[in-house]
Design a protein around this ligand. Structure first.
Ligand code: NAD
Ligand code: DAU
Length: 339
């Protein structure tokens, strides 16, 4: 079995590479990643010398490069994690989101058609559904909830998601799609809420909470996302969409306070800052389908997952300190200055 994992030097893709290489000792895992600001070879350090692992630095939107890799490797399965993934950056600069998330997905599927594969899996997101109101806790996203996006990021992911469905219907490409809620865990880039708050709290810096901090996200430990994708690519039905989430809703303020408490830091570090434009209020996944069809359930409770995550950031300071002291510093200063 040969799997191409695109975006494998990023947060979830990197965790997926480790998960698959630990679980399937005879699988060949090929990582295809452009190494944008979000890609980090240190994430893949421990597998780099494994003969079953191979890395290609390539852009998924570069047709020639992608075709060359497919021609050479003849993969069975493609799992597409590669994307521009940060909502705030999509507000600053939407075009790269269209380029990578939409056009890149199209190139990958063209390569699948040209060279033939057993499965193309698209890692989509719950953000394609838009948001839910705070005063309707009875509502959840199901796979049939209409797509209704808010940010350039979510619009680009929804476009890719629809393109994948179109390639299935029109060209009979054997695809599956997963739409997962917010992930957290090791190797999470420090521009995202949880690692940003851990890093700032450790440095006794202000914790910038958008608006009133009342927006709700449905948090899932990253390994549980990996186990769900593993099940879908092996046992999921072709042409189907699977929601992934563990019914773990928390307001941003709750999450930030838990982190501060775990680190023994004062809540006075919290700073309420100007809200994100178009900020989605609440995400909440109904995971009934993946549970009843494939038997998937999350293994890690938030109370345990957040402790493990904080411990990982304490044990791996050089991984994230290299990032926050590099190019990222400019983004941080620009994004949060005067907010
Ligand atoms: P990330 O930003 O940490 O990593 C993205 C990776 O893709 C990086 O390694 C980057 O170098 C690579 N990449 C970017 N543009 C590329 C291109 N043109 N060609 C090749 N590689 C490229 O992202 P993440 O948080 O790990 O998210 C991975 C996927 O999961 C994305 O598709 C995202 O939409 C989806 N998703 C994320 C979450 C979440 O909570 N983080 C939840 C649901 C779905
Ligand atoms: O739901 C899945 C999505 O989750 C993925 O598709 C995206 O790729 C991923 O980035 C994530 O999107 P969010 O916008 O929910 O994640 P983020 O970590 O950027 O923000 C989480 C919440 O925290 C959100 O309500 C905004 C808020 N926030 C974020 C930052 C960076 C703050 O209050 N302050 C901040 O500094």
């Amino acid at each position: 079995m040969k799997i191409i994992v695109t975006g494998g030097a990023g947060f979830i893709g990197g965790n997926f590479v480790h998960y698959m290489m630990n679980k399937y000792k005879d699988y060949k895992i090929i990582c295809l990643d452009a190494l944008t600001y979000a890609g980090n070879m240190e994430t893949l350090e421990s597998v780099q010398d494994n003969p079953n692992f191979k890395f290609y630095k390539a852009d998924i939107a570069d047709r020639n490069a992608v075709y060359e890799i497919f021609e050479k490797e003849k993969p069975n399965i493609i799992v597409n994690f590669a994307a521009e993934s940060h909502v705030d950056r999509s507000i600053d600069n939407p075009s790269i989101f269209l380029q990578t998330n939409v056009l890149g997905t199209g190139v990958l599927m063209d390569a699948c058609r040209k060279y033939g594969i057993d499965r193309y899996h698209q890692v989509s997101t719950d953000e394609v559904y838009g948001d839910l109101p705070l005063d309707r806790p009875d509502l959840f996203f199901t796979e049939t909830t209409p797509l209704h996006t808010s940010s350039p990021y979510s619009a680009s992911k929804a476009s890719a998601d629809l393109l994948v469905q179109a390639y299935h219907r029109t060209f009979k490409l054997p695809v599956t799609i997963s739409r997962c809620s917010n992930n957290y865990g090791p190797y999470h880039f420090p521009e995202k809420l949880i690692p940003l708050m851990i890093a700032n709290a450790l440095a006794d810096k202000e914790l910038p909470v958008y608006g009133k901090g009342e927006n709700v996200r449905d948090w899932l430990y990253v390994e549980d996302h990996c186990s769900a994708i593993d099940l879908i690519i092996h046992k999921g039905r072709v042409g189907e969409v699977y929601n992934i989430g563990g019914h773990n809703e928390k307001t941003n303020l709750e999450v930030v306070k838990i982190i501060l408490k775990e680190l023994n830091k004062s809540e006075s570090l919290i700073k309420y800052v100007t809200d994100r434009p178009g900020h989605d209020m609440r995400y909440a996944i109904d995971p009934t389908k993946i549970h009843s069809e494939l038997g998937w359930l999350p293994a890690t409770k938030f109370e345990d997952g957040i402790k493990k995550t904080i411990q990982w950031y304490l044990d791996n300071k050089s991984w994230w300190q290299n990032i926050i002291n590099g190019e990222y510093k400019k983004y941080y200063d620009l994004h949060y200055k005067g907010r």
